[in-house]
Design a protein around this ligand. Structure first.
Ligand code: FAD
Length: 409
C-alpha cells in the first residue's frame, strides 16, 4: 500500500513506524512542512499507561522515549504563600524535540521516507492509496472539507503562553499569583536535565490589565519572570517555540486561546484524520500527545485487520471516539475550572489539589465529575460565606450558614 502521512508530529511518525512494522512492503512517505529538528513547544507530559502501550507495540522506540524522559513523583501547588503537596503523583515529561527525533530515527531506519520542508496543500495531495491527515489542529486537509467532517471548535476564554525555563522542576509545580488585575498562574514540569516547560495562563481581564496584550515578547517575559520569581528561583523564562510550525502554536511564543476541536466523522474517501487534526483536548489535562500516539496504534491495528479502507476507518473511528469520551470530559471540566478560577481559589489547599490532581490522571478510566460537583458546591459555600461575612460580620455569618447547611441535610 502506498501511504502519505501529512505532518511529522507524534501521530504521523508513529503511525508510519507501526505500518512499516506490520508490513515492510508498504511504501510510506511522511511529509513535514518544517525543517527537520524544528518544532514548537518544550516538553510534554505522559503517564505510565502510555509507556506500557508503546513497549508493547514498538519496544525499541519505547525504550528510547523512557530513557529520554524525566520522571516526577510529586505535585506541588503554591497558592497565596501556602504550599500543598500531593505525593505519589508519578508522571513523565519528554522534550517534544527529542520525542520527534526518536520517532523520526526509527521511522527512517524501518524504511519510511521522511520529506522535510515539504508543505502539502489540500488541492494537491500526494497520489497514494491512503492519505493520513496528521497535520495538527490547524489541519488544512481537514479544513478543506470542514462540512464533510462536521468540524466544531470551541475557543476557550483564557490566554496562555507555552514557555520554557532552565529551572528543572523536581515535582509537577503549580503557582497561582494574585495581581492587581486578577489571578495568573503557571504550571511547570521538567522534560530534560536542562529544563522545564512552563505554561502560563490568565483570564482576558488579567492579560490586558497587566499589559500583556501590548507588551513585546521581551517585556512580557521579564514581567512574568517577576511574577513567578518565587518558583523560578532566578532562572529565566525562555521562548518555548524557537521554531515555527505545529498545531498547538505556530509562529513563535505567543499568547493564545485554546481551541477544543471535534469532528463528526474522521474520514473521507482515502483520507483519514488522526491526532490533533481529528480532536483536541485542553492542554491542562496534558493528554494530546498520548491520544495522538494511541490513534496511531488504533489506526494501524484497524488497517491490519481490514483490507478495505471504509471498514478499517469505521473500526478506528468507533474505537477512538469511545476511548476519547472520558478524556474529553476531563478536559472540559478542567478548562472550565481554570476559566472560573476565582471561584475556587479560596478553597483549602487540599481541595484545590484534589482538582489540580485531575490533571495527572486524565487517562485513567474515569475522572469523576462528582468530584468537580462536590468541590463546586464547596466553592459556592465559601463564596456565600464570604458575601455574608461582608454583610453581617464573620461570627453571625458563620452561624447563619451553619444553620442553612444543617437544614438542607
Ligand atoms: C500549551 C500546550 C501544552 C501541551 N502539553 C501537553 C502535554 O503535556 N502532554 C501531551 O500529551 N500533550 C500536550 N499538548 C498537546 C500536544 O502538543 C498535541 O496534542 C500533539 O502534538 C498532537 O500531535 P499531532 O501529531 O496530532 O500534531 P502536531 O504535533 O501538531 O504535528 C503536526 C505536524 O504537521 C505539520 N504540518 C501541518 N500542516 C502541514 C502541511 N500542510 N504539510 C506538511 N506538514 C504540515 C506541522 O508542522 C507539525 O509538525 C499540549 C499542547 C499545548 C498547546
Amino acid at each position: 500500500m502506498k501511504v502519505a502521512c501529512v505532518g511529522a508530529g507524534p501521530a504521523g511518525l508513529y503511525l508510519s513506524i507501526l505500518l512499516k512494522l506490520r508490513d515492510p512492503s508498504h511504501d510510506i512517505t511522511v511529509y513535514e512542512r518544517n525543517p527537520e529538528g524544528c518544532t514548537y513547544g518544550g516538553g510534554v507530559t505522559y503517564w505510565h499507561g502510555l509507556l506500557d502501550k508503546l513497549h508493547k507495540h514498538h519496544p525499541a522506540s519505547a525504550r528510547a522515549i523512557e530513557e529520554s524522559s524525566i520522571r516526577w513523583n510529586e505535585g506541588v501547588a503554591h497558592v497565596r504563600g501556602r504550599t500543598a503537596r500531593c505525593s505519589g503523583d508519578t508522571g513523565h515529561g519528554i522534550g517534544r524535540h527529542r520525542l520527534l527525533e526518536i520517532l523520526a530515527g526509527h521511522a527512517r531506519s524501518l524504511g519510511v521516507r521522511l520529506e522535510f520542508e515539504r508543505e502539502i496543500f489540500p488541492e494537491k495531495l500526494p497520489a497514494a492509496d491512503l492519505v493520513v491527515a496528521s497535520d495538527g489542529i490547524q489541519s488544512t486537509l481537514r479544513t478543506q472539507y470542514a462540512d464533510h467532517f462536521g468540524t466544531q471548535a470551541r475557543r476557550g476564554r483564557n490566554r496562555y503562553i507555552w514557555l520554557g525555563t532552565s529551572k528543572v522542576f523536581e515535582a509537577f509545580t503549580f503557582a497561582f499569583v494574585e495581581t492587581g488585575h486578577g489571578w495568573i498562574w503557571c504550571y511547570g514540569y521538567g522534560f530534560s536535565p536542562e529544563g522545564s516547560t512552563c505554561v502560563i495562563e490568565c483570564a482576558p481581564r488579567t492579560w490586558t490589565g497587566l499589559g500583556l496584550d501590548t507588551a513585546n515578547e521581551a517585556d512580557a517575559v521579564a514581567l512574568l519572570e517577576r511574577v513567578f520569581a518565587g518558583v523560578l528561583d532566578g532562572h529565566p523564562l525562555v521562548d518555548g517555540h524557537p521554531h515555527v510550525g505545529g498545531s498547538g502554536a505556530d509562529g513563535g511564543a505567543q499568547w493564545r486561546t485554546f481551541r477544543t476541536l471535534t469532528n463528526r466523522t474522521w474520514h473521507r474517501d482515502n483520507l483519514v484524520l488522526i491526532g490533533d487534526a481529528a480532536h483536541t483536548t485542553h492542554y491542562s489535562v496534558g493528554a494530546g500527545t498520548t491520544l495522538a500516539l494511541e490513534d496511531a496504534i488504533a489506526l494501524a491495528d484497524a488497517l491490519h485487520e481490514h483490507a478495505a479502507l471504509p471498514q478499517a476507518f469505521a473500526r478506528y473511528e468507533q474505537e477512538r471516539k469511545q476511548a476519547l469520551l472520558p478524556v474529553q470530559s476531563a478536559a472540559r471540566y478542567s478548562a472550565e475550572w481554570y476559566e472560573n478560577l476565582p471561584r475556587y481559589i479560596h478553597l483549602p489547599p487540599q481541595q484545590m489539589f484534589a482538582l489540580l490532581g485531575q490533571r495527572h490522571s486524565p487517562l485513567l478510566p474515569y475522572v469523576p465529575p462528582q468530584l468537580y460537583y462536590r468541590i463546586d458546591r464547596a466553592a459556592g459555600q465559601v463564596e456565600a460565606l464570604r458575601r455574608l461575612k461582608r454583610r453581617l460580620g464573620p461570627k453571625v455569618a458563620r452561624t447563619v450558614q451553619a444553620r442553612a447547611l444543617a437544614s438542607r441535610k
